[in-house]
Design a protein. Structure first.
Lengths: 118, 175, 339
């Protein structure tokens, strides 16, 4: 089993080597004549106003939180789906309870307006 | 074949263990929280490889999917939610949290040492051997249905609490 | 000796797959420009070589020799690291895709299996590595120190994580039917002709997968992170030379893997559509099916307009997630009653 993962490791190592090669090669091959105006943020030719960083709206946080929770839910569902056919109705009922509770929460956030995007 | 495999496993283990320690030291010493988040990802990836060496493929990939993927993504969003420049300017008083943190760290260290030194009372190893773990997802699924069905159902309530908490915290000002 | 042979086989396999993937990515950019050109009644690239076939190489040379610009406000280490994260994860995704069955090297009894690795958690591996790749985009936009870049990367990240939920849910029906996450086994179960392919048993999952896949790889109609007309290029606005090319290649490599995964899960992988056609090697069938998907990805880009961002997010959470859940519950019900 570990042999398979070792092969994946070699493949990822090749990918890392390629990425490093590409960045380094363009670093050394390309000409470099930096100037203040060239290094300014590109805003379609307009003069940059204020800091480039702005605080993110809170709705992104809600999305990230929902994603985390649903991701954990999906992760629980994977081993369940693998053994589903061995347990049949029992598997379906136990999962219906699990999913049912979460669907209630899903309806709650829908009604609460957390999925709206204005 | 056997010896080469064992040596290789040891080398990979040592490399990953030291990288993860290094990453966690860098993680708590960086000034910029986004850099810390990057080292957190590196740390999680190293831990995932160590899980693989223990033949726990499912836990390893969950480590990447949930921890390195979802949780760090949430952390990155939260970091972007804050005004970092102002946070750095205000110079948070970290004294108490440093004291509490170091006490907890020392306790954790003792726990780790105990865990390493202590042997199991019966002297037996667990039932999940390397051969059984090659079909790891199936083993996890069966354990979920047989031994851990009730905790598994309760987890859904935990997730619901988390959802409701997140929505109430973020929607309070609007309504 | 055996160990040495095994090591050589691994390295050769990895290098060959990597080279094929890179060539595929290079010619996918050519194909996209050519097809889009013909859709819009233009020629597309036709100056470098016959039919513009050398265009990818001239692009690569150009990218290498362009000035490697790092903007003054950028966070330098993260700025350099972000495209690397993107391309590394996009390439590594392909490691678990089975692109053929196996063949014996003539004159020996050494069997070469045509996949880099066959692991028990194959499907989860793809999702896990894809979720690491999302950091490349969000960190790239953040590190640029540019308002457009930050907005683009945030939108991209929020869109990708939203559709990842629906993507994960839509696949579950297939897993219930095939009882494994091992991609080779999923392919083996679809043997014996096109009527055994999973797409007939899980048509809803197939459609959901395609839509979520498009959103995951940020293609039109979900190419919000780029949105030339309002964000000027989105997360990669400050990137130039090879770093930009890395993001670009990552997108296409991800596209190839998305197509390859669709072939593996729904269209029977390397299996021929009719049993009597099995004398043609599996790799050919796999490539042919993959080409259909890649052509579809390009074709729909030339057809659909871009959606508005709030529409995309609402669609993801209010349409895709409930549909995927419904598909899962119905599949579960039918399987548990019928067997």
């Amino acid at each position: 089993m570990l042999v398979e993962y070792f092969t994946i490791g070699i493949f990822i190592a090749i990918a890392i080597a390629f990425a490093c090669f590409a960045v380094l090669a363009s670093h050394f091959l390309g000409q470099r004549k930096p100037s203040a105006i060239k290094q300014a943020p590109y805003e379609c030719g307009m003069t940059t106003v204020g800091s480039s960083f702005r605080r993110v709206p809170i709705k992104y946080y809600i999305i990230a939180m929902l994603f985390l929770i649903f991701d954990i839910e999906v992760v629980f569902l994977y081993p369940w789906a693998v053994v589903f056919k061995e347990y049949r109705v029992f598997a379906f009922v136990s999962m219906a309870v699990f999913l049912g509770i979460l669907i209630l929460a899903y309806i709650y956030i829908w009604k609460k307006g957390a999925l709206e995007w204005e | 074949m056997e010896t080469i495999g064992t040596i290789l496993q040891w080398l990979i283990f040592l490399g990953m263990a030291f990288t993860s320690i290094l990453a966690s030291v860098l993680l708590i010493t960086r000034k910029n929280p986004i850099h810390s988040a990057l080292f957190l990802i590196l740390n999680f990836l190293c831990v995932a490889v160590i899980y693989l060496l223990l033949y726990s493929q499912f836990i390893a990939i969950i480590q990447v999917l949930v921890y390195a993927g979802a949780i760090v993504m949430l952390i990155v969003f939260v970091i972007m939610l804050l005004d970092l420049e102002e946070e750095l300017r205000s110079r948070l008083k970290l004294f108490y949290s440093k004291v509490i943190g170091s006490v907890l760290a020392v306790l954790f260290l003792f726990g780790l040492i105990y865990g390493l030194v202590a042997t199991s009372p019966t002297g037996k190893t667990g039932s999940y051997t390397a051969e059984k773990m090659s079909a790891n997802v199936k083993a996890v699924g069966e354990a979920l249905f047989n031994q851990y069905l009730f905790p598994f159902e309760v987890v859904s309530i935990l997730l619901v609490v988390a959802i409701i908490g997140a929505v109430i915290l973020s929607k309070r000002k609007l309504s | 000796m055996q160990v040495l042979y095994l090591l050589i086989e691994m390295i050769v396999k990895c290098v060959v797959v990597f080279a094929c993937l890179m060539i595929c990515v290079a010619y996918l950019t050519w194909l996209e420009r050519k097809v889009l050109g013909h859709i819009q009644i233009r020629y597309g690239p036709n100056r470098c070589g016959p039919y513009g076939l050398l265009q990818p190489f001239s692009d690569a040379i150009k990218a290498f020799f362009k000035e490697d610009l790092i903007p003054g406000r950028a966070d330098k280490p993260v700025f350099v690291l972000a495209p690397m994260i993107s391309i590394i994860s996009a390439i590594s995704l392909f490691a678990v895709i089975p692109f053929g069955n196996q063949f014996t090297i003539p004159g020996t009894d050494w069997v070469v299996k045509l996949r880099i690795a066959d692991v028990d958690i194959g499907l989860l591996y793809v999702f896990a590595l894809a979720s690491i790749g999302e950091f490349g985009i969000i960190l790239g936009g953040w590190a640029s120190g540019n308002k457009y870049g930050l907005t683009g990367s945030l939108r991209a990240a929020a869109q990708m994580i939203s559709y990842e939920v629906a993507l994960g849910l839509s696949i579950l029906g297939i897993i219930i039917l095939s009882q494994t996450l091992r991609l080779t086994e999923i392919v083996h179960q679809q043997a014996g002709g096109f009527w055994n392919w999973n797409v007939w048993y899980q048509p809803m999952a197939f459609i959901l997968y395609l839509i979520c896949g498009l959103a995951e790889i940020n293609r039109t109609p979900f190419d919000m992170p780029e949105a030339e007309s309002e964000l000027a290029c989105g997360f990669n606005i400050e990137y130039s030379s090879m770093k930009f090319a890395l993001f670009f290649m990552a997108e296409y490599a991800h596209m190839v893997t998305m197509g390859a995964l669709a072939v593996t899960l729904f269209w029977g992988g390397w299996q021929p559509p009719f049993p009597f056609l099995s004398f043609i090697p599996g790799v050919v069938w796999f490539s042919a099916k993959l080409f259909v998907f890649l052509f579809f990805f390009i074709w729909q880009r030339g057809t659909f307009p871009r959606l508005r961002y709030d529409q995309i997010m609402k669609f993801g959470w209010k349409v895709m997630v409930p549909l995927a859940l419904a598909n899962l519950l119905i599949t579960g019900l039918v399987v548990s009653l019928k067997g």
